[in-house]
Design a protein around this ligand. Structure first.
Ligand code: KG4
Ligand code: ZN
Length: 352
């Protein structure tokens, strides 16, 4: 634990947060864990498009190019003087190690120069607490995390206490969307294209639902992705062409049905007071609509952050870091980037 940080629940806090775990560089200043004073995001997606996916070395270099200027601008836009910042938070993992390292070096340097505490933050805790930027959270809560790198169901017994109850055994949902999109001839990132095609489709290619063993909250996406590729290949061998929109719709319906069923079953079993949707795939219209309809029918409260807080951003890292700040739980300055950082181990240690 870092001795620069004390239990601080009564004074306003201004946390500067840095996120560089993948292909977005982002810096934010967040007041009291939920008021966003600035949140700058520089996306590298155009650079990586040419390669059909994120190239780790290129991502690190791009973070280095913009991080210093973004730190300056995020502080300036927030209207907070650097000396009035309470702490410096940074995504410590999971993510691409070289990309994480850029944010960590920048955050440590700033924290040391200003004499502020450092708070190494879990990226998925950030995605989950993006919901705190728009709503007061009620516990126990259930989070459905769906992004390019993660597909998880996380039970929050109380504030900052994470228990992973289900995860993908192979591809993440966003990753499967991107692979199916590529097979349908769409550019990277393909998720939004598949979503749009699915909503325009008149027909549907039926595809399997992957439930795994009875009672399991895990997911598996690679079999479904293979079923899509097989359907396309078999049609080609027969000299026919499948309507891409019908394939997109079949894929989306198969994904959404399993996500919604498992999330709602988890909410029931754990007595969750809210279902929190988060991650880049939370932008998916089919998923949002199906969850909204199902939750309304069952009388469950569903929280979905606005798009800017669903995709990678530093405001969500500031929101998660606040959990540690109010409990005086800082991070040592010798902390390293940790691509395998455990969410459960990152849980808060004490009551606020
Ligand atoms: O959370 P995110 O921005 O980055 C990660 O931390 O992974 O998620 C990006 C992923 C990409 O795979 C992208 O294709 C997917 O989210 N995505 C979508 C949609 N918008 C973004 N997938 C399905 N439907 C969408 N509308
Ligand atoms: Zn993410």
């Amino acid at each position: 634990m870092n001795d620069l940080i004390d239990k601080q629940s009564s004074v306003p806090s201004y946390i500067l947060a840095v996120e560089t775990s993948c292909d977005e560089t982002s810096v934010a200043v967040v007041k009291d864990g939920h008021v966003v004073l600035s949140n700058l995001i520089s996306s590298q997606v155009e650079t990586h498009k040419a390669f059909g996916g994120v190239v780790p070395e290129v991502a690190s270099r791009k973070h280095v190019e913009v991080i210093t200027l973004m730190l300056e601008q995020a502080i300036e836009q927030s209207g907070i003087r650097p000396r009035d910042l309470s702490a410096i938070a940074v995504t410590q993992g999971p993510g691409l190690v070289g990309a994480l390292l850029v944010g960590i070096v920048a955050a440590k340097t700033l924290a040391m120069a200003l004499g502020k505490p450092l708070i190494g933050t879990h990226h998925i805790a950030g995605h989950i607490y993006a919901n705190r930027l728009v709503r007061e959270l009620q516990y126990p809560a259930m989070a459905l995390v769906v992004s390019g790198g993660h597909t998880e169901l996380v039970h929050l017994e109380s504030e900052g206490k994470f228990k992973l109850i289900g995860r993908t055994r192979d591809d993440a949902v966003g990753e499967a969307y991107d692979k199916v999109a590529r097979a349908l001839g769409c550019p990277y990132p393909g998720g939004p294209h598949v979503d749009r095609m699915a909503s325009e489709a008149e027909d549907v290619v039926p595809l399997p639902r992957v439930w795994l063993e009875a009672g399991s909250y895990d997911f598996s996406l690679s079999g479904l992705k293979s079923a899509v590729l097989n359907a396309l290949n078999q049609a080609k061998m027969r000299g026919e062409a499948l309507e891409p929109s019908a394939v997109a719709r079949g894929f989306q319906e198969a994904v959404v049905e399993v996500l919604v069923e498992k999330a709602v079953r988890a909410v029931r079993e754990y007595g969750s007071r809210q279902l929190l949707l988060c991650g880049g795939v939370a932008a998916n219209r089919g998923l949002r609509a199906a969850l909204q309809e199902r939750c309304a029918k069952e009388g469950l409260e569903l929280v979905i952050p606005p798009m800017e807080y669903c995709t990678d951003n530093a405001a969500m890292i500031g929101a998660a870091a606040y959990l540690k700040w109010i409990r005086g739980e800082g991070t040592d300055f010798d902390a390293k980037a940790d691509p395998g950082l455990s969410l459960e181990a990152w849980s808060v240690q004490s009551e606020a």
